[in-house]
Design a protein around this ligand. Structure first.
Ligand SMILES: Nc1ncnc2c1ncn2[C@@H]1O[C@H](COP(=O)(O)OP(=O)(O)O)[C@@H](O)[C@H]1O
Ligand SMILES: [Mg+2]
Length: 407
């Protein structure tokens, strides 16, 4: 066998193994696609599902790549994905030249230049369910026929994973876009040495969503959170928040934006040790317009009975809940939480997450950085970063409650 066929078979074997290992259907589809994309050296790829409540319009469900496809849509018949879905015929553009090829490939997110594409529909016995799509062979080359066969096999595996009654229908659809991050970079220069930390991040944030941001230590999560929260400037790129461009905002405007909109929660609680819970909150009340009362904020975090306790008289989980109450005092539209449960044990983490759940249910947008994969089950959307870019996005099909989480 030639080498491309060998690697195609290896891709299939690995995908099958990943699917068998998976504990849930979502994991099976996601891990299967990941393994196959990696083996076929595809830069990006997606699983699209036909939304039965939206005239079979194709929505992205899971994808790899550095674009945010969350609100991308293809009507049946429109664009390559829509056409493949409608005709149920796979299309193999092993190389792709928009000038010569007869279909219009809609962007795989803004700014992606499509050079090669494979798209395959999948269906169960009575139902057309969606499409699997590969975009761009790494290094700009072309996909092989064997790799296109692998994509077709992935579509078959997806169909097999879904029984006849099951559709991929996430629990969440994006609301209004409140933040548009495009091509954000951040470099730090120390002693003449330039470190590129963010390398072109593209991310949308939707009103009221719970977005969980994961990634290995050092990949740039906190740097991104600081930029989104107006604590730091990007080196380049655009950052639109509530329809205002912020990438070049001056210090005063950033301070005002932060004060009016953003609540921060960190791993460390940063409470004043010589002030009780209530006093720690009142300290903030004097700094912001229209603050909540300390009593109301403590009520939300279930700590009314602790208002006179000093930090040293409270558990880590209770102290973290005071710090959440402090973030709530300004009635923020967005809460940015950087590893808020990293220092807590299981039981107190769940208490903190229950409070977060309540705040999100009341309409606050939450972006949480965490190392804890289990917390992803609570999210509307999970974004994984790698090496200064977003790399993988999934939309949850079923959302767990804080009290369902186990680790
Ligand atoms: N002010 C800074 N100066 C130089 N390097 C920095 C600075 N801030 C962060 N970095 C570097 O940027 C990288 C990403 O940091 P960070 O965003 O904190 O990662 P994460 O939160 O994903 O662990 C790290 O290698 C870190 O050392
Ligand atoms: Mg960090």
């Amino acid at each position: 066998m030639d080498t491309s066929m060998v690697s195609a078979y290896r891709a299939l074997n690995e995908a099958q193994a990943a699917i068998q290992r998976a504990e849930t259907l979502d994991e099976a589809l996601q891990e299967g696609l990941k393994v196959i994309l990696k083996n076929c050296k595809a830069e990006s790829g997606a699983i699209w599902y036909a939304d039965k409540n939206d005239e079979d319009c194709l929505h992205p469900y899971f994808w790899i790549g550095n674009s945010d496809l969350t609100s991308s849509r293809h009507m049946p018949g429109e664009g390559a994905v829509g056409r493949v879905f409608q005709t149920q015929q796979a299309e193999r553009y092993l190389t792709f030249n928009p000038a010569n090829d007869p279909v219009t490939v809609e962007d795989f997110g803004e700014g992606t230049n499509v050079t090669s594409m494979i798209c395959v529909p999948f269906s169960s016995a009575n139902n057309n369910l969606g499409c699997v799509q590969f975009i761009n062979k790494e290094g700009g080359g072309s996909f092989t026929d064997e790799e296109a066969d692998v994509c077709e096999m992935m579509a078959m595996l997806a169909a097999m994973a879904l029984d006849d009654n099951e559709n991929i229908q996430p629990a969440w659809t994006p609301g209004k876009t409140i933040m548009r991050v495009r091509g954000i970079t951040r470099e730090f220069t120390n002693g003449g040495v330039v470190t590129k930390v963010l390398k072109g991040v593209n991310l949308d944030v939707y009103e009221g969503e719970f977005l969980v941001l994961l990634g290995e230590s050092g990949c740039g999560k906190s740097t991104l959170l600081n930029i989104i929260g107006g604590m730091d400037h990007p080196t380049a790129g655009s950052l639109e928040i509530f329809d205002e461009e912020f990438s070049h905002a001056d210090q005063d405007r950033l301070t005002e934006y932060r004060r009016d909109n953003i609540g921060f929660i960190f791993q460390s609680y940063n409470l004043m040790p010589n002030l009780n819970a209530s006093q720690n909150l009142e300290l903030i009340a004097s700094l912001v317009p229209n603050p909540m009362s300390a009593d109301e904020a403590l009520e939300i975090v279930n700590l009314s009975q602790r208002k006179y306790n000093y930090p040293s008289q409270m558990s880590g989980g209770q102290q973290q809940r005071v710090s959440i109450a402090r973030a709530l005092m300004k009635r923020p539209r967005i809460i940015l939480a950087d590893e808020p449960t990293a220092a807590l044990d299981y039981a107190t983490s769940i208490e903190v997450l229950e409070v977060m759940e309540k705040i999100i249910a009341e309409g606050t947008t939450m972006i949480m950085v965490t190392h804890n994969e289990e917390i992803c089950r609570m999210a509307d959307r999970v974004v994984r970063m790698r090496n200064g870019q977003t790399h993988e996005v999934s939309i949850n099909r079923r959302k767990a409650h804080a009290t369902d989480l186990v680790w």
